[in-house]
Design a protein around this ligand. Structure first.
Ligand SMILES: *[C@@H]1O[C@H](CO)[C@@H](O)[C@H](O)[C@H]1NC(C)=O
Ligand SMILES: *[C@@H]1O[C@H](CO)[C@@H](O)[C@H](O)[C@H]1NC(C)=O
Ligand SMILES: *[C@@H]1O[C@H](CO)[C@@H](O)[C@H](O)[C@H]1NC(C)=O
Ligand SMILES: *[C@@H]1O[C@H](CO)[C@@H](O)[C@H](O)[C@H]1NC(C)=O
Length: 370
């Protein structure tokens, strides 16, 4: 229980000229109070509020023992603690434990052909909407999270830029990658251009509807001619008239007898006005062995039985070498490459005597190495 002391100081009306009276009258009257009840005179003021609490609806004064309920500001929700505070006998409120936190809006959906920029989705947060290049934005650029937990604006719509129909090049045509529904095309649509031979396409064969709403540059079709087709060494033009040819025209070639054609049998007039590369006629080979046995065309024959002495470009045969240590023979392959058939280094040409009288001892006739 507390003891309260009340002191009243008063100044009674002074009587002039009387010194004693004055001192008496100036006497301080002090009154010691009796014990008083605790609540007498103690009151609480406005409750202590944090920034996120609702300040509306409070009285200026509350009596001891009164309780009130705090609430969060619009846009905030109680997250923990008690809303209740009580006015205590000391005239102070009990410590508020209420905690308010900002409300959250829903996570915004992804924007088709656009981006949603955000750092937060709580009350008062602002998100940004943008459409990708080639798309026009219909609707809001920004949206704010409101006190009721909803977004201020619905998401915008990103509509593709439209282009007209692409221009058809003169002497050419357009190949559509998909059928266009109407007379409009949209950003990203693409086509392929082709020219009618002998016109050749110069420029980009592919075109597309751009973000600026026009088509990429239409290529041009140019008349292309190639000179009289070239002659082929050891070969001939098998089907052609000796004249200039147009783009994409073809000429066929063949090789003289025993020559092997290496490369394409036809050449084509290219868009550069030049012919595609010519084939080559590859020469046959003479086998430079005078005495000995060969393995050719699945048969083991004496060289003089190869009539005529010649194999074609690319063909193979084998000669026989000797393993002196083991005294056995083994075949070594050789190949005709455009007129040259290199004889393996291990091959030894026998002398006429060895060949004619002792041919049983030649590497091709003794036992084969395993
Ligand atoms: C939204 O755009 C503004 C202006 O460009 C920028 O200042 C802000 O940071 C952006 N907001 C977000 C969440 O990216
Ligand atoms: C959105 O931003 C664009 C470009 O910054 C501007 O031209 C347009 O007026 C804005 N739209 C709205 C609804 O604010
Ligand atoms: C496309 O354009 C042509 C000529 O301008 C017109 O005759 C035709 O009706 C149009 N088609 C559509 C589907 O708009
Ligand atoms: C398409 O339009 C843009 C902007 O108007 C322009 O800069 C560009 O040169 C145009 N492209 C073509 C191929 O016409």
């Amino acid at each position: 229980m507390s003891v309260l002391t009340r002191c009243f100081t008063g100044k009674l009306s002074a009587v002039p000229h009387t010194e004693m009276l004055r001192s008496l009258l100036l006497l301080l009257l002090c009154q010691l109070s009796t014990y008083m009840p605790a609540d007498a005179g103690a009151v609480c003021g406005r409750p202590p509020l944090t920034n996120d609490m609702d300040p509306a609806g409070f009285q200026r004064v509350y009596e001891v023992g009164q309780e009130i309920f705090l609430s969060c500001k619009p846009g905030y929700t109680p997250s923990k603690g008690s809303r209740r505070v009580v006015c205590t006998a000391s005239g102070k409120w009990t410590n508020p434990t209420l905690k308010c936190e900002p409300k959250s809006c829903s996570v915004p959906e992804r924007l088709q052909h656009g981006d949603v920029e955000l750092t937060d989705i709580t009350f008062r947060s602002i998100i940004n909407y943008t459409c990708h290049d080639g798309y026009v934005q219909h609707g809001a650029n920004t949206s704010e999270c409101l006190a009721d937990g909803t977004w201020s604006e619905p998401p915008p719509f990103c509509e593709p830029v439209t282009c007209g129909l692409p221009e058809i090049p003169k002497h050419g045509k357009i190949i559509y990658s998909k059928p266009f529904q109407s007379n409009t095309t949209v950003f990203g649509d693409s086509v392929t251009y082709e020219c009618m031979p002998p016109f050749a396409l110069l420029g980009n064969a592919r075109g597309s509807c751009t973000a600026s709403g026009n088509w990429t540059e239409t290529p041009e079709c140019h008349l292309v001619t190639c000179p009289v087709p070239p002659s082929l060494e050891n070969g001939f033009i098998s089907f052609s008239i000796m004249k200039e040819h147009g783009y994409k025209e073809r000429v066929k070639y063949g090789c003289n007898i025993d020559y092997v054609l290496d490369g394409p049998t036809e050449i084509e007039c290219e868009k550069t006005g030049k012919w595609s590369p010519l084939p080559i006629c590859k020469a046959p080979c003479r086998i430079g062995i005078h005495r000995g046995r060969i393995f050719y065309d699945r048969r083991k024959i004496w060289i003089e039985d190869l009539k005529p002495n010649k194999i074609l470009h690319g063909e193979r045969l084998a000669v026989y070498c000797k393993n002196a240590e083991k005294n056995c023979g083994y075949p070594v392959p050789m190949q005709c490459i455009d007129g040259t058939a290199a004889i393996p280094e291990c091959y030894e040409e026998p002398s006429a005597i060895q060949y004619n009288l002792h041919h049983k001892k030649l590497p091709s006739e003794i036992k084969m190495c395993t």
